[in-house]
Design a protein around this ligand. Structure first.
Ligand code: NAD
Length: 496
């Protein structure tokens, strides 16, 4: 029996009493974690070349196997267009993997800091070591089932860590294939995939990991953070929320409506940064809604039989969104549908865009993230009103401003909070490899993307190197027994 296996079994036995779940997946993940931990400690911080080689192996796997992966995603969604899955999950992941591969040497450059006086005069030096944390657990969602695993993985590997990935159980074919591909193409002591549902995610997030990156809903994010707290494991939470769009009086209504139509046409509206609440000047609401309807229908003249329309991932999510629309209508909201006139069967996963105009504040659609083929249009009179509404809600993941009024734009940006912002567009800022992406408050914490992603997944360890000789403070009268001048010298150093 190999030393690795022995260690894994010992670790398994040690943790056995603490495990709440006895499933095979949970046992498998415990074994994998023990193996990764042993390999991590034996190796020490990996060199630039080792990190790049690990990233390259993931890139090569994705390049070689993108077709079956895209097919699996398509089957899980009941026919998601392969062009979209290739763009979002394959190319999106490759962008992060290549960006980190090409940036990691720069990120790992020595990071000297000036030592403070008077030690600097004595030859002291200081620097920051960006140390890998160990194993990073990455828990993903179904809506971007490969991207939410492999994009964070890029930063975990660049930071010198190992990783255990847990795909969403709502995309079982994708999850299973990813596990098989990882087993075939990657070293499980470096990157492993475990499959299963909440019980596996719960067990994984309860382990003494180096870090957890969780992507998902706010409610589950709180569970993950509670689990992590038991071991004081740091977390990055990539959550969702009700991202607002502010359509200014200075905006071109048709262009703004067209961009909202494109966003709602993407992945069936099932994206964390999608338009949710759209604030439109009261006098322009009818024009805006008409434009939104027309332009959505131009993208999708039909729905039920249209292979470009991405279906709701399952009946529960389809019915959830329909429930929000029905509830708002029952409370008196106007609901417009695009495209109009098609009798879409209620049991079709593909549903038209439902535009819910000015629903009652207590309607569910005003509280819950829509995450599907519906959007809310809210009339406003003053932009201050809009800012107050945004600030009265949990902080959203994204905020959008449409218009050319610089002063008003600055007011909106300065007086609100959100994970990120796109001006005169939707969902564009998350595509930035060079800049951090993440939420704030209820929409999450921490980032990946950019150098911030590397920093997030390393520990910044300050190393101060004092001169090797005797402590000079003795000669300066700063150590007991204190000389007469010590206190006076300290007082003299107090300056504004
Ligand atoms: P979810 O929270 O239901 O599931 C995400 C993961 O959590 C899955 O892997 C699942 O197995 C696990 N999980 C579910 N219940 C659990 C529990 N009780 N205990 C432990 N783990 C559990 O999210 P979802 O439905 O897959 O995704 C939709 C949500 O994700 C939306 O809110 C969306 O805004 C958000 N999202 C955020 C981002 C981002 O980058 N910020 C990206 C995509 C999606």
């Amino acid at each position: 029996m190999s030393a690795l296996r022995l260690l894994a079994e010992r670790e398994l036995a040690r943790r056995g009493g603490q495990m709440e779940h006895g499933s095979d997946e949970v046992q498998h993940l415990t074994t994998v974690l023990a193996q990764q931990q042993e390999a991590f400690l034996a190796e020490g911080p990996p060199s630039v070349e080792v990190r790049q080689a690990r990233l390259q192996r993931v890139i090569d796997m994705l390049v070689a196997c993108h077709e079956p992966l895209v097919a699996a995603i398509g089957a899980d969604f009941g026919n998601r267009h392969p062009g979209y899955s290739t763009m979002n999950d394959v190319l999106g992941s490759l962008a992060s993997l290549k960006f980190t591969r090409d940036s990691v040497a720069q990120w790992m450059e020595p990071d000297p800091r000036p030592a403070y006086a008077p030690w600097d005069q004595m030859g002291a030096t200081a620097h920051v070591q960006h140390q890998p944390k160990g194993t990073v657990a990455i828990i993903g969602t179904w809506n971007a089932p490969v991207y939410t695993l492999l994009a964070p993985l890029a930063y975990a590997l660049a930071a010198g860590n190992r990783a255990v990935l847990k795909p969403s159980e709502l995309v079982p074919r994708t999850a299973q294939l990813l596990a098989e591909l990882a087993a075939e193409h990657l070293d499980p002591t470096e990157v492993a995939v475990v499959t299963g549902g909440p019980e596996v995610a719960g067990a994984l997030s309860s382990q003494p990991l180096g870090h957890i990156i969780f992507t998902g809903g706010t409610t589950v994010g709180k569970i993950i953070m509670t689990n992590a707290a038991k071991n004081l494991v740091p977390v990055t939470l990539e959550l969702g929320g009700k991202s607002p769009s502010v359509v200014s009086r200075s905006a071109d209504l048709a262009i703004a409506a067209g961009k909202v139509a494109v966003a709602k046409a993407t992945n069936g509206g099932q994206l964390c940064v999608n338009a949710d609440l759209v604030h439109v000047p009261r006098e322009h609401v009818d024009t805006f809604v008409a434009e939104l309807k027309t332009q959505f229908a131009q993208l999708f003249p039909t729905v039920a039989d249209n292979p470009d329309v991405v279906a709701a991932i399952n009946d529960r999510h389809r019915d959830r969104v329909q429930g929000y629309v029905d509830d708002a209508a029952a409370r008196g909201a106007r609901v417009e549908v695009s495209p109009e006139g098609e009798q879409v069967p209620a049991d079709s996963g593909r549903q038209p865009l439902r535009i819910v105009v000015d629903p009652a504040p207590e309607a569910a659609i005003m509280q819950e993230e829509i995450f599907g083929s519906a959007v809310v249009v809210l009339p406003y009179d003053t932009v201050e009103e809009v800012i107050a509404d945004i600030n009265a809600r949990p902080a959203p993941l994204a905020l959008y401003y449409f218009g050319t009024d610089e002063q008003e734009k600055q007011l909106v940006l300065e007086r609100t909070r959100s994970g990120g912002v796109t001006v005169n567009g939707l969902m564009l800022h998350p595509g930035m490899s060079e800049a951090p992406f993440g939420g704030v408050g209820a929409s999450g914490m921490g980032h990946y993307n950019g150098r911030e992603g590397f920093l997030e997944l390393t520990h910044a360890r300050t190393v101060f190197e004092a001169p090797a000789g005797a402590d000079p403070r003795h000669d300066w009268g700063m150590l007991p027994p204190f000389g007469e001048q010590f206190h006076a010298g300290m007082v003299a150093a107090i300056t504004p």
